[in-house]
Design a protein around this ligand. Sequence first.
Ligand SMILES: Cc1ncc(COP(=O)(O)O)c(C=O)c1O
Length: 399
Amino acid sequence: MNYDVAAVRARFPALAEGAAHFDGPGGSQVPVDVAEAVAGAMLAAVANRGRVTAAERRADLIVTDARQAVADLLGAHPAGVVFGRSMTQLTYDFARALAKDWGPGDEVVVTRLDHDANIRPWVQAAAAVGATVRWADFDRDTGVLPVSAVADLISPKTRLVAVTAASNLLGTRPDVPAITAAARAVGALSYVDGVHYTPHALVDVKALGADFYACSQYKFLGPHLGSVVADPELLETIRPDKLLPSSDAVPERFELGTLPYESLAGSTAAIEFMANLVPGEGTRRERLTRSLAALHEHESVLLARLETGLRALPGIQLYGDPQRDRTSTVLFTVDGVAPATVYERLALAGVNAPASHFYAIECARWLGIGDAGAVRAGIAPYTDVSDVDRLLTALADIG
Ligand SMILES: Cc1ncc(COP(=O)(O)O)c(C=O)c1O
């Protein structure tokens, strides 16, 4: 394997604090390259976007570079990249804008596997216009969302299907291309939550068939920022509420207020960092393809070690089916010890693995673990074997 985790780790100043970070699915640590890009954008002269002064041109370049980088990351068109404060904010904005065309008799499909950010905005937008919500359930024992669970709810009345590309609780990866195809077959739109998926896989929005694909830069080594990508022609058909003087062009029409230029510079640096996880030549998309394949291999080796170790410990309940296609994220409980207590004891041992429902509250309730949730351990680009072994040793002391 050509993945040099020591070289990757050396770029993360935060790791010097000494904790083993399994909290990446909540937000990853940041390489120095990203922090420097953020600082660079703040230390140079930057003004509002424009073409007259150097400061205006710099702001403009930051934005166009950032759109191109996200387009390279996701296999999207740069003119279809919308930036916002977070995936949640963007999804609320799109839900309100799309629901302007819905009414009684129209239907929206959501799934219980999803994070609430890809459920509640649709439920509330549907309620506001009298549209109906259909709920797709996943299999509690396997953590799998069968295509049929969603497809069976889709009908000519369906206007939108919201589905996750990967569960942030279980790591489960539904068959998104099959689900989006079922939506398209009846003329419905698909809104795919890629927040947990994007850090772990090479995304190709066209292959996924997603009309909208959302992700959050702070989950893949970047700053706190969100993006939604869509075909620019589709974006042209949507009329969000906006200020009178602000641009009506796509994608600016969807970006309320002034963009966070420093975060956009950090986003570009994070995508460059992901592309260079394995150093080499090529276009950014080619480098991303190579680096994310190596990252997947690295994460798979650590995931197997973690799961084998967890299964060997007494009293550990693992959720979801480890045999299925999934990200390197595990969810577990320890018999007789509250998840919050496990979390605190792990923290005392220098292992950061929080316990919660992680906002996938429908998923946690459907699984039967309730609002206390369970302990989640996510493997990130900077995770190494010693981190995994520290987690297993600390758990052995708790159980
Ligand atoms: C799967 C998933 N979707 C959506 C979100 C919300 O993202 P944001 O914090 O950018 O709103 C998260 C955050 O944890 C997530 O894990």
